[in-house]
Design a protein around this ligand. Structure first.
Ligand SMILES: [Zn+2]
Length: 487
């Protein structure tokens, strides 16, 4: 008889806090600085240097905690996690162990139409290690860049509530989105400011006790996380079904081989000899401080999507696309506000207009980098253009050309339309004389139209638009054409 197994997955996400300076000193956290530029006695762990916590980092950690529905501990404790490695100049990492800053939160995810609550066990603050560069220089030795040492991180630890790779991906995406919209983290996987370790184990279906887990370490893309988890579940099942046992160990992911591989057997917590850091007093956070940080929380993307659908008439698809980055979401809201100030119309129609034009013509030009991003046309400028469409000064097709010119030249919509004489021809006399000429030039098509081939209207509209260089008001063209073709 074969036994059915079910996977259990718990995640540890390390997210870099979006501060200018390090966690316990005033060195810059700037990414990409020349090696060992951003260092000082404190982050190098030189004797006599004392750490002093970064207030902004603490507040960002609280912000993350409240956005993820955690309770914030009034008194948390920094602890030393001891291990020996060149990327750790002090010989220990300052982290939090028994008394973390945040506990008992959750993230709700939706997978396959089902909503699942993933419980967050804890969020603690800690400093990052330095970066080893192996095989460097002419001699192929290992170099260490201490710029990253002491960079502020939070580690967000879930309960083993995830059941497969799809749920894991949904959780990671949702978490990253929340941390980006709250400006806690820049979501940059390539630069390692959002890193994920996954604890994967399997157990016979229905059994309470968890199986022995493998920890998949530092996988820097959502796609690889999915693949690594899928591989690991199959590997463990095959191992156990074949009479073997899973060893508790740390495993990496080789994209080339499509396999996980053993890196080292996993240390237990007691191997790290955690103890409270005698250089740092307990971290005290008042209820007032938590209340203030919470009151400053921006609207989260999920709430935005729901509101946009009811207030701005967006589809779920529009809402998902336009919450793809905080800069984009803010841009949509600012443009809708600017256009509504001009038109004072039905907010749902205004919202939908902006969303459509933004996705169709502007989105492709938006560049984002971490939390920063640039939309090449300011919200007021796009609103000005859409007003011209709305009051029939230009038609939608011309608007597409105008926006390209706005992006290229940085000039305003009105100025471009005036300078290039793009305003629509609404003068019925002028349009009628073009129509008369076209009708006279195409007797066969006119005959066919009158005999019932009414879709030839498209042909005639095309001819008129061509003759007027696209500037004729399409509505007027249609009305006049239909009247003329009746004969
Ligand atoms: Zn420093």
């Amino acid at each position: 008889m074969s036994i059915a197994y079910e996977p259990t997955i718990g995640l540890e996400v390390h997210a870099q806090l979006n501060t200018c300076t390090k966690l316990f000193c005033r060195c810059s956290t700037d990414y990409g600085a020349p090696p060992n530029d951003n260092i000082c006695p404190t982050c190098l762990g030189l004797p006599g240097a004392l750490p002093s916590p970064n207030r902004q980092a603490v507040e960002l950690a609280i912000r993350a905690g409240r956005a993820l529905h955690c309770t914030i501990r009034g008194k948390s404790v920094f602890a030393r996690k001891n291990y020996f490695y060149p990327d750790l100049p002090k010989g220990y990492q300052i982290s939090q162990f028994e008394l973390p800053l945040c506990e008992d939160g959750h993230v709700d995810i939706e997978v396959g139409g089902e909503t699942r609550r993933i419980r967050i066990q804890r969020i603690h603050m800690e400093e990052d290690a330095a970066k080893n560069i192996h095989g460097a220089g002419q001699t192929g030795t290992t170099w260490v860049d201490y710029n990253r040492a002491c960079t502020p991180l939070i580690e967000i630890v879930t309960h083993p509530d995830l059941r497969n790779a799809d749920e894991t991906e949904a959780y990671l995406k949702k978490l990253r989105e929340i941390l980006m919209f709250t400006q806690v983290n820049d979501g940059n996987l390539e630069e390692g400011s959002f890193r994920c370790d996954a604890n994967v184990s399997i157990k016979p279906v229905g059994r309470e006790e968890l199986g022995t887990r493998a920890e998949l370490k530092n996988i820097n893309s959502f796609k690889f996380v999915k693949k690594a988890i899928d591989f690991e579940i199959v590997r463990q099942e095959a191992l156990i079904s074949g009479g073997g046992t899973v060893v508790q160990e740390t495993r990496g992911w080789s994209e080339g081989d499509g396999k996980t591989f053993s890196m080292r057997t996993k240390e237990e917590a007691h191997d790290y000899r955690y103890f409270p850091d005698p250089d740092l007093p307990p971290l005290v956070v008042t209820e007032d401080q938590v209340a203030r940080v919470e009151s400053e929380l921006p609207e989260l993307p999920e709430a935005k999507r729901a509101r946009w659908q009811t207030e701005l008439g967006l589809t779920e698809y529009d809402a998902v696309v336009l919450t793809g980055h905080p800069v984009l979401a803010t841009y949509l809201e600012d443009t809708v506000a600017a256009l509504q100030a001009e038109l004072n119309g039905d907010l749902k129609k205004v919202g939908k207009k902006v969303a459509n034009f933004l996705q169709g013509e502007v989105l492709q030009h938006v560049k984002t980098d971490g939390l920063h991003g640039e939309v090449p046309v300011p919200p007021g400028g796009l609103a000005e253009l859409l007003v011209l469409v709305e009051n029939a000064t230009i038609n939608g097709k011309i608007a597409k050309d105008v926006v390209v010119e706005m992006i290229e030249t940085g000039r305003g919509a009105k100025a471009i339309v005036e300078k290039r004489g793009l305003a629509q021809v609404t003068d019925t006399g002028a349009i009628q004389s073009e129509i008369d000429a076209i009708v006279a030039a195409h007797p066969k098509e006119v005959e066919a139209y009158r005999c019932g081939k009414e879709n030839l209207i498209g042909f005639f509209v095309g001819q008129v638009m061509k003759a007027t260089k696209g500037k004729a008001n399409p509505k007027v063209v249609n009305e006049l054409l239909r009247a003329s073709l009746k004969g």
